[in-house]
Ligand binder design. Structure first.
Ligand code: F6P
Length: 511
């Protein structure tokens, strides 16, 4: 990719001082008009970024050169896009009402949800289900958690309250058991592979605790455990009754799975209508992504901005700052989506690449971050691209206060302030993007999340990497398994470990 002339032109463009100078960039009269975009319930303002329309034009050409358009078609047509596993990635099919996969997914999901909410499925204590605990991690946790938080706080209360257990932590499980109504609780083991150690350990810990309780009598019909997985044989082997297993397809990537059976906690918490609205919003973004020219295609533009900052301007971080507590889990979800998908150093042909890929994604609820790390944005020596995300919806004093804070931060970063005492001054000229959501309905949340999914897919096409695998994560897991085995067999010294690692393990063992 970096051999083509566009790459060179973009490097030259990025070297021009005026392209990194917001005051100079704002000399262009129609800048604001040129760099603001709308799609359904989202409004995107790129005008506070170190970019001009000629750079955007070159980046669009780069996307064309990278064959992004046919790659988008390949995604939607179910062609192999996960080249490592030789699989298509079919998450968009789950939100397309004209696709067979859509109704197959919903039929399974809603049938089980109806049985649970209708009281036909009983826990192993013979009681109807009134609560759900989702045991899962990574993509089997972050998406459902984000959506449950975002859309159920809209309703006065969740239909079925959902709790999440992700990391391995005895204290967390104990605390959970104290706060839930165990006899009425359904524990949902969410794991695509049904092999993730953290999830299986937590599931085992929960089962052990349940077994010690009086009245616990699991049968094929009464079960306190259910599974959501693409590996049904393993779930069956773990003793989950077939009727309590919600399957989904291997072609749904973990990070892209909230639309599948993995979204079951969302259906229980928010209801079927809300889940349908979520899918509808995502499908609207799918259509936009598939149909719009790059120059007005929001996910593509977001990807191009990332390429610009990462590969040409040379910035290596990316901040996600939602100014609404209901979206507090968005930064973590985006972090996994971007860093696990695009944290790659090999292209799809297995060759080592020479250009940087994912930035370090971080973020938090915007207002809380203001009082934590924004000082470094304003007066730190670095600049980094930031997404400020606001919700227009409520005309309340507190919502307006949040939005004015969001807007003020973008303005202050860009314009800065001169002071007599130089240490008090802020230099300004710090870039940011503003994304406003019309509301925080399920439909708009669907649009937002699909937008980021497509941004990441577009990045992977431009970077010529596979965004649907994560071989790197496997290495740490394999070493952890090895260490546990060697410790158990007292053969630690046989492991080819460096002195630091070896002594750390010994410290743990001594302790
Ligand atoms: O973190 C690695 C990972 O494989 C993610 O890609 C995935 O979302 C997560 O673990 C959980 O995997 P599973 O759903 O198979 O338990």
């Amino acid at each position: 990719m970096h051999n083509n002339p566009l790459w060179h032109q973009l490097h030259e463009k990025a070297k021009q001082p005026q392209v990194r100078d917001l005051r100079a960039l704002w000399q262009q009269a129609d800048r604001h008009q040129l760099l603001t975009y709308e799609c359904e319930n989202l409004y995107l303002d790129l005008s506070k970024n170190w970019i001009d329309s000629s750079a955007i034009g070159l980046l669009c050409e780069l996307a064309t050169h990278a064959k992004l358009k046919p790659a988008i078609e390949a995604l939607f047509e179910g062609q192999v896009v996960n080249t490592t596993d030789q699989l298509p990635a079919t998450h968009t099919q789950l939100r397309d009402p004209d696709n067979r996969a859509y109704s197959k997914n919903l039929d399974r999901l809603f049938a089980l949800a109806d049985q649970v909410t209708g009281g036909h499925i009983k826990t192993a204590f013979g009681e109807p289900v009134k609560q759900l605990v989702n045991i899962g991690i990574g993509g089997s946790y972050l998406g459902p958690r984000l959506v449950v938080e975002a859309i159920t706080e809209l309703q006065s209360e969740s239909l079925i309250p959902v709790y999440f257990a992700a990391s391995v932590d005895d204290a967390l499980i104990n605390q959970l058991f104290q706060s839930i109504d165990i006899r009425h609780c359904l524990f949902c083991i969410s794991s695509k592979s049904f092999s993730t150690v953290e999830t299986l350990m937590n599931a085992r810990a929960v089962e052990q605790k349940l077994k010690q309780l009086p009245g616990y009598q699991p049968t094929e019909h009464n079960s306190s455990l259910m599974a959501i997985t693409a590996n049904t044989p393993k779930a069956r082997a773990a003793g989950i009754p077939s009727s309590m297993i919600l399957p989904f397809e291997e072609t749904i990537g973990g990070r892209f799975s909230l639309w599948s059976a993995i979204g079951f906690p969302i259906v229980l918490a928010a209801g079927k209508e809300q889940f349908l609205a979520l899918l509808k919003g995502a499908h609207q973004m799918d259509c936009h992504y598939r149909e719009q020219p790059f120059a007005s295609n929001i996910p593509v533009l977001m990807a191009l901005m990332t390429v610009w900052y990462r590969n040409f301007i040379g910035l290596d971080a990316y901040g996600c700052l939602p100014y609404d507590a209901r979206l507090r889990s968005l930064p973590k979800w985006l972090q996994q989506l971007m860093m696990e998908s695009a944290g790659k150093m090999h292209n799809i042909d297995g060759e080592v690449i020479t250009y940087p890929t994912t930035p370090w994604v971080f973020g938090d609820h915007g207002q809380l971050s203001q009082h934590a790390f924004f000082q470094a944005f304003h007066q730190g020596v670095d600049a980094l691209p930031l997404d400020f995300i606001g919700v227009l919806e409520k005309d309340s004093d507190s919502q307006n206060f949040l939005l004015f804070n969001l807007i003020a931060q973008g303005a202050a970063l860009m314009s800065g302030k001169e002071e007599d005492h130089s240490m008090k001054g802020c230099p300004g000229n710090k870039p940011s993007t503003t994304l406003l959501m019309k509301d925080i309905s399920a439909q708009t949340v669907g649009q937002l999340l699909a937008m980021y999914e497509h941004m990441v897919y577009s990045l992977s096409v431009i970077w010529n990497i596979n965004c649907f695998d994560q071989p790197g994560v496997e290495l740490g897991k394999a070493i952890a398994r090895d260490i546990a085995e060697h410790v158990a067999n007292n053969t630690l010294n046989d492991m080819a470990l460096d002195p630091s690692t070896l002594s750390l393990i010994k410290k743990v063992m001594e302790h």
